[in-house]
Design a protein around this ligand. Structure first.
Ligand SMILES: NC(=O)c1ccc[n+]([C@@H]2O[C@H](COP(=O)([O-])OP(=O)(O)OC[C@H]3O[C@@H](n4cnc5c(N)ncnc54)[C@H](O)[C@@H]3O)[C@@H](O)[C@H]2O)c1
Length: 359
């Protein structure tokens, strides 16, 4: 019997395997086609994944000619715009890997195309499915912190620089900011209800990535390995955003929400070279407040769970398509953090505070 949900995959590199592994767990989903620009790569992927019957293409538009209910877009960042716009115009629902795009202009075009198409565009931030993210959001939005005026997020890896497509400007567009910064930005901003950003002042550098002592592909390293930004929002709120792929320091601190009545500290999970960034898991949480006139610190228990967050994001996409629900993590919301990342890069280049123009 034919399966009810027909899925295609654009880009058959590392993360495409994670998508396919999750789709395979869903009984009514069939992967019917794979596209990859590298000749032979999609065919190899089909063989390695045991997707007998799936068709392979070098041109994603050929894949989009197929009868599909949805596509996972798993290409490097710079191809997100073109492949997403083509998929939406071809009438397909889209689960797009993070970050949404490289520039704000691309993100705006993607959202406009999504609206015109009436199809779904959801961005794959799997940490949203961690119950602790919901807990952080509930605490921040409960009013217990009073007026939240300052948020700090991001964090630092001591030595955790990727290579390959992630370090090339023509493929990734940006470095640590886009790769891991987008997670902590999404978590902090979704807790705050995605307020409207006004201005950003930022600095970026790449002293580690370009040094052969620290990176085996130093001669090809073109993006930032460190960035810091101060973002102003509507409603008297500022956010400090720090991120590093590598540094001579043990930590860039925790995520924190400072309010007039209380503060919430969220520690990153783990202490290894690739840890230290708020990119999904929560280490521990503490609420700081006054109680009976006393300065009090209350540990907030971290919710232990067995959820596979990547599975949750793929399943939610499939179910949202089947049920005709709105996008779980909509493009028009993530556009706001793209505007911030775009502003960070512009500000770092011009060495000035820049305005963030939202459409
Ligand atoms: N959510 C997560 O946990 C997570 C983890 C890793 C990577 N990612 C994201 O996934 C994306 C891909 O990362 P990756 O590690 O798989 O990269 P990768 O370089 O391993 O794979 C990308 C593949 O896309 C192909 N490709 C490029 N342009 C294409 C096009 N126009 N049409 C079809 N195929 C094309 C490449 O040939 C390559 O095979 C990135 O945007 C990255 O940020 C997300």
């Amino acid at each position: 019997m034919a399966k009810s949900m027909r899925i295609g995959i654009i880009g058959s590199g590392g993360i495409a395997n994670a998508h396919v592994n999750q789709y395979k767990k869903l009984a009514d989903v069939e992967i019917v086609g794979i596209a990859d620009v590298v000749p032979g790569k999609a065919k190899q992927f089909i063989e390695a994944q045991g997707l007998g019957g799936a068709q392979y293409f070098e041109d994603h538009r050929k894949l989009l000619d197929m009868d599909l209910d949805g596509v996972s877009i798993c290409t490097p960042n710079v191809s997100h715009h073109l492949t997403t716009v083509d998929a939406l115009r071809a009438g397909k629902n889209v689960l797009l890997e993070k970050p949404m795009s490289v520039t704000l202009a691309e993100a705006v075009d993607m959202v406009e195309t999504q609206r015109e198409s009436g199809k779904m565009l959801t961005i794959g931030f799997q940490p949203r499915y961690d119950p602790n993210m919901k807990l952080v959001q509930d605490i921040v939005q409960s009013g217990k912190l009073g007026k939240v005026y300052y948020v700090e997020t991001g964090g630092g890896r001591r030595r955790g620089m990727p290579g390959g497509t992630f370090i090339r400007k023509d493929l990734a567009g940006a470095g640590a900011m886009a790769d891991i910064g987008c997670y902590s930005l999404d978590m902090a901003l979704s807790a705050m209800g995605y307020p409207k950003p006004l201005t950003v002042s930022a600095y970026t550098s790449n002293y580690f990535g370009t040094n052969p002592l620290y990176h085996p592909q130093a001669d090809q390293f073109e993006v930032e390995d460190f960035g810091v930004a101060l973002v102003r929002f509507e409603g008297d709120l500022v956010l400090q955003f720090k991120i590093s792929w590598a540094m001579h320091m043990d930590s860039l601190g925790s995520t924190m929400f400072l309010g007039s009545e209380g503060g919430l500290k969220v520690n990153p999970h783990g202490t290894g070279n690739w840890s230290g960034v708020w990119d999904g898991k929560v280490g521990s949480m503490t609420l700081f407040h006054d109680f009976m006139g006393q300065q009090t610190s209350t540990p907030v228990p971290v919710i232990e769970h067995q959820k596979d967050l990547f599975f949750e994001k793929v399943r939610d996409f499939v179910e949202a398509v089947r049920e005709g629900r709105p996008a779980p993590i909509p493009g028009d919301q993530i556009l706001i953090q793209q505007a911030i990342i775009d502003g960070v890069l512009r500000s770092a280049e011009s060495k000035r505070e820049v305005a963030i123009e939202l459409p």
